[in-house]
Design a binder for this molecule. Structure first.
Ligand SMILES: C[S@@+](CC[C@H](N)C(=O)[O-])C[C@H]1O[C@@H](n2cnc3c(N)ncnc32)[C@H](O)[C@@H]1O
Length: 371
């Protein structure tokens, strides 16, 4: 059965495998839609009739560590807030509620589909000037702020990586579990090459390095060799073809719950979207846009991005000494830029991780800019 409801396009079939996930998504969905789901032929059906289905494809993204993020953003009525990775507006919707009245929210995303969803979701707030949208990279934060008159922000959020709809929509080409064109770009209209174009051109050694650097894939040499050697005769055009080539090439434990293509897909996605470079360019801009005592919250999902955030926040909170080591430290007045709110990152609770497997690897880091 095909269901279309507002900005949600969801397909259901019969089966048990993803029932609990479906039900947990549905609970949020039903609350959101005030107990009504419209099916594609225009009928309104009660939600309990649909909960027997398996969720095959959805535009629903469950915001990770939502309550913790909201409380650490220290929101208040009238606050000016920037959501640098607004996605489908999960965090943004709740932020907007907490900054009423007179608050302003700037939502940034590089994905045109996300921007289209946000445009529909926040249509009223956009027309009243409470919400502004910026389609682009968050490394353009200062430009986005200048364009929309956000001179200083009270709170800034980045919930890094890809959203559930990006991962779960086969045509976006991010998933080794669902066959689709080999794309992997968060903005498919950008001029950067798709994964298919990239794999057709890249040198073997460069590919091996990328697989190691961004995926920590120990079998990157074998994978790079087989991709390069067979691409003339058999160009890789789909995620399924790449995943099965890797599966045939590498040795892996059949006991492992991870697909052997996991690390390769992660590496290609991070590389093609310049994810770490984006983060490095964004962090200093976020600090400069924050007002004194403003809060910065960053949600990371893998160790490479978390390391960058952790080191940057530590440097801001405790800048390295510029004086020679043998001089007494009391001579130095360090330029401390703010405070790390929690020395250790916050993780999702076991309950949240059970309900939303994407929360398992999430880490929330919080920084407060100095006065
Ligand atoms: C994990 S999702 C955010 C979900 C959102 N917090 C919610 O609750 O709906 C990450 C989003 O960030 C966007 N994104 C990732 N890197 C970006 C970048 N460098 N610039 C702009 N958007 C980016 C992705 O397109 C995706 O929509």
């Amino acid at each position: 059965m095909e269901i279309i409801a507002g900005d949600t396009h969801t397909a259901f079939g019969l089966g048990m495998r993803e029932k609990s996930v479906t039900q947990s998504l549905f609970t949020q969905y039903i609350q959101h839609k005030k107990n009504q789901v419209h099916c594609s032929i225009g009928r309104t059906v009660p939600p309990h009739m649909l909960c027997i289905g398996i969720l095959v494809h959805t535009e629903i993204h469950i915001p990770v560590l939502l309550a913790e993020t909201l409380s650490h953003l220290a929101l208040h009525p009238g606050a000016q807030v920037i959501d640098c990775t607004a996605g489908y507006g999960g965090h943004s919707t709740q932020i907007l509620k907490q900054i009423q009245p007179n608050g302003r929210l700037l939502c940034i995303d590089r994905d045109p589909n996300a921007i289209a969803v946000l445009q529909r979701k926040f249509a009223e707030a956009i027309s009243s000037g409470q919400v502004c949208l910026f389609h682009g990279e968050f490394s353009q934060l200062e430009t986005a702020c200048a364009e929309h008159g956000f001179s200083q922000a009270d709170a800034i959020l980045a919930d890094l990586g890809v959203s559930s709809p990006q991962l779960d929509t086969p045509t976006r080409g991010f998933s080794f579990q669902k066959d689709g064109p080999l794309d992997m770009r968060m903005n498919p209209n950008s001029e950067t090459p798709s994964a298919q174009e990239f794999l057709q051109e890249v040198g073997e050694e460069e590919l091996r390095n990328i697989l190691w650097k961004y995926g920590e894939e120990p079998q990157g040499r074998k994978i790079a060799r087989v991709i390069v050697s067979q691409r003339e005769e058999h160009p890789l055009t789909t995620t399924g073809a790449l995943a099965s080539l890797i599966q045939k090439t590498v040795s892996y434990s059949t006991q492992s719950r991870k697909h052997p293509a996991t690390k390769t897909f992660q590496a290609l996605r991070i590389y093609l979207n310049g994810e770490l470079q984006e983060l490095e360019m964004w962090l200093p801009q976020a600090l400069s846009v924050l007002r004194p005592k403003g809060r910065l919250c960053v949600l990371t999902f893998h160790s490479l991005e978390d390391r960058i955030v952790k080191h940057t926040l530590r440097q801001w909170a405790n800048p390295p000494s510029l004086l020679p080591k043998d001089l007494p430290v009391y001579l130095e007045k360090k330029n401390i830029l703010g405070t790390i709110i929690k020395p250790f990152p916050l993780n999702a609770s076991p309950e949240e991780s059970d309900q939303n497997p994407r929360a398992r690897s999430a880490k929330l880091r919080v920084f407060e800019k100095g006065a």
